[in-house]
Design a binder for this molecule. Structure first.
Ligand code: IPE
Ligand code: IPE
Ligand code: MG
Ligand code: MG
Length: 365
């Protein structure tokens, strides 16, 4: 499925094309091997969801993408990709974004170093946007590590509490979504109220997104996912639908007898069949919808658009790329005209998590 069809915002394509060009430049190194490994996942594609959220968050305050927005978007995608290189080592994943994973192709050591390089490049770019942005990203990288660690603590545990699952996804996924929308608001010169509302939105959206992704791992094919299906259970990560099926009096005992140890292919299929026959998937979709509601509520509570900020980012005016006829503030953010498009942008963003889950609900039937 294409997330873009669910997040149509005027001008988003052009902004993301600029992000794409900078992203490709950002992963180059004087070392040809490092360039090749670090470019691997950029070239493979991906949804570019975090850059899109960042650009959309800026737009939700009445700004359009100037240079700081593009740089912020590049920085969050670099952090995301760095975490994916590391995550694929942790999960011993063989594919990612429809191509061979870096660890499968070059080995764990090279993949780890490439992930570190991407995190370093992200920090370098974020530093151009000021100390607050660097600090948000640094805190987020710490949370990603905590999230992965919390998840590892419950590997193969059939008694993983739902609270532990929610805590892990809050750190490993929602934190970077929240950082993306927060940075979008910060570089747009948004008011403190707007910054907090967009941060809350990003977090709640991220929770719904990871629940959506975890359900897809159980119900979609490898071709649809671009990574092996059912891999979460194989690697011992028992996600929300699995936790719900384990707690179910009908499906729980049989599933618990199967899980708790490494499974072979037919056993994964059997576990999948037990889960799909239970109410666990629809229960997990309902939990995702609760987060989608919170995401929408965060945007609904957002103060009216502030006028474009007159202060510069990090004290250094950065030239924005003007959009024809659009005034540019001294921070490089172009105003789209006292928030004319703002209500529409907020509405589109507010409904995004629900559209993802509705699409999945149709798929599940
Ligand atoms: C993958 O994120 C990791 C999760 C948080 C589920 P995405 O699903 O956004 O991955 P790409 O960027 O599209 O490859
Ligand atoms: C996502 O974790 C990676 C991070 C958010 C750091 P997962 O292991 O759940 O994601 P996939 O399934 O590999 O994309
Ligand atoms: Mg993984
Ligand atoms: Mg993982």
């Amino acid at each position: 499925m294409n997330v873009w069809e669910l997040l149509y915002l005027p001008g988003l394509d052009e902004s993301l094309a600029r992000v794409e060009a900078e992203l490709r430049r950002a992963v180059l190194s004087p070392d040809p091997l490092l360039s090749e490994v670090a470019s691997h996942l950029v070239d493979a594609g991906g949804k570019r969801l975090r850059p899109a959220l960042l650009v959309a968050a800026a737009a939700a305050t009445g700004a359009v993408a100037g240079e700081p927005v593009v740089k912020g978007a590049v920085a969050v995608e670099l952090v995301h990709m760095g975490s994916l290189y590391h995550d694929d080592v942790i999960d011993e994943a063989s594919s990612r974004r429809g191509v061979q994973s870096a660890n499968a192709r070059w080995g764990n050591l090279v993949a780890i170093l490439a992930g570190d390089f991407l995190l370093a490049r992200a920090s370098e770019i974020a530093a151009e946007l000021g100390t607050e942005v660097v600090s948000v990203l640094a805190r987020t990288i710490g949370r990603l590590c905590q999230g992965e660690l919390t998840q590892l603590r419950y590997a193969f545990s059939t008694s993983r509490p739902e609270t532990a699952y929610l805590d892990a996804i809050s750190r490993k996924t929602a934190s970077l979504m929240a950082a993306s929308t927060r940075i979008g608001a910060l570089v747009a010169g948004a008011s403190p109220g707007e910054v907090e509302a967009l941060d809350d939105f990003g977090h709640a959206f991220g929770m719904a997104f990871q629940i959506w992704d975890d359900i897809r791992d159980l119900v979609c094919t490898e071709e649809e996912l671009g990574k092996p299906a059912g891999h979460d259970m194989l690697e011992g990560t028992y996600t929300l639908p699995v936790i719900r099926a384990l707690a179910d009096l009908d499906s729980g005992p049989e599933l618990a007898g199967l899980l708790g140890r490494p499974l072979d292919g037919p056993e994964v299929e059997k576990a999948r069949a037990i889960i799909l026959a239970s109410d666990a998937v629809s229960g997990a979709i309902s939990e995702g919808r609760r987060w989608a509601d919170r995401a929408a509520a965060a945007l609904a509570s957002m103060p009216a658009p502030s006028s474009p900020a007159s202060t510069s980012i990090a004290g250094t005016p950065i030239a924005g790329t003007p959009i024809a006829g659009t005034p540019i503030a001294s921070n490089g953010i172009a105003s789209n005209g006292a928030g004319r498009a703002v209500p529409a942008v907020r509405e589109t963003l507010a409904g995004l998590a629900h559209r993802l889950l509705d699409d999945l609900a149709v798929r599940v039937g």
